[in-house]
Write a protein that binds this ligand. Structure first.
Ligand code: CA
Length: 226
């Protein structure tokens, strides 16, 4: 039985679409079409993760988030409207784990959900992430290729960790920026490219492998070596 996810979203068609996709991925989904119903469900039932729309009629998403956080530390991903920086700031201040801007690709939502669920189960002992001979230990913050240690800066490490956590999934520059740099760096996607270059020089070029692939116009992906 997959993780239980509560979707609080007033756009019924959109909520059903998300439910269908999540169900297909093996999650067990409960929907609420308004904030108050969602809050009641969150208070009385156990969920492994909550997807919470900000723009809800009646009790809005920020208020729902605030009230859920009084009683629970369940991972919460906010669904925000484009360019709504205030919602992101309030949401993260109030304890949301992540946010995703509408419209989004379902693959991105799935990756965020996996990351949030992993973060929840990762502490205190984090599993070692790997791709081929590359090993990244989030706990000791060490990276090795085979037996050879790789020296990375904190930012390089964080970028690599995020890519490995999403192994097999194309990660957009925006997603990397938001998750590694934080939302206040929105739009500065050049920074991402610079750090990808650093990583390629220290890993791909140093070991003669092709670890980080560019997906033109979309972003980057790490796949297991074939
Ligand atoms: Ca809405």
């Amino acid at each position: 039985m997959g993780a239980r996810i509560l979707v609080i979203e007033d756009e019924v068609k959109f909520a059903r679409f998300v439910e269908m996709e999540l169900t297909y991925e093996g999650y067990s989904v409960t929907k609420a079409f308004e904030g108050r119903t969602g809050l009641e469900l969150a208070e009385k039932e156990h969920f492994d993760l909550i997807l919470l729309d900000v723009m809800l009629p009646g009790l809005n998403g920020i208020e729902v988030l605030r009230r859920i956080r009084r009683v629970s530390s369940v991972p919460i991903i906010m669904l925000t409207a484009r360019d709504s920086v205030m919602d992101k700031v309030s949401g993260l201040d109030l304890g949301a784990d992540d946010y995703i801007t509408k419209p989004f690709a379902i693959e991105e939502l799935l990756a965020r959900i996996r990351a949030a669920l992993r973060k929840q189960t990762r502490s205190p002992q984090s599993p070692v992430l790997s791709a081929g001979l590359l090993r990244l230990d989030p706990h000791s913050r060490q990276v090795r290729y085979g037996d050879t240690p790789i020296e990375l800066t904190k930012r390089e490490f964080d970028v690599l960790q995020y890519l490995l956590e999403n192994k097999g999934i194309v990660v957009t520059r925006e997603a990397l920026l938001e998750n590694v740099w934080g939302f206040d760096f929105a739009g500065e996607t050049n920074a991402v490219d610079v750090y990808i270059r650093f990583l390629r020089s220290k890993i791909d070029e140093a070991f003669g492998i092709k670890l980080i692939s560019t997906v033109r116009g979309v972003g980057y992906v790490i796949r297991d070596e074939r």
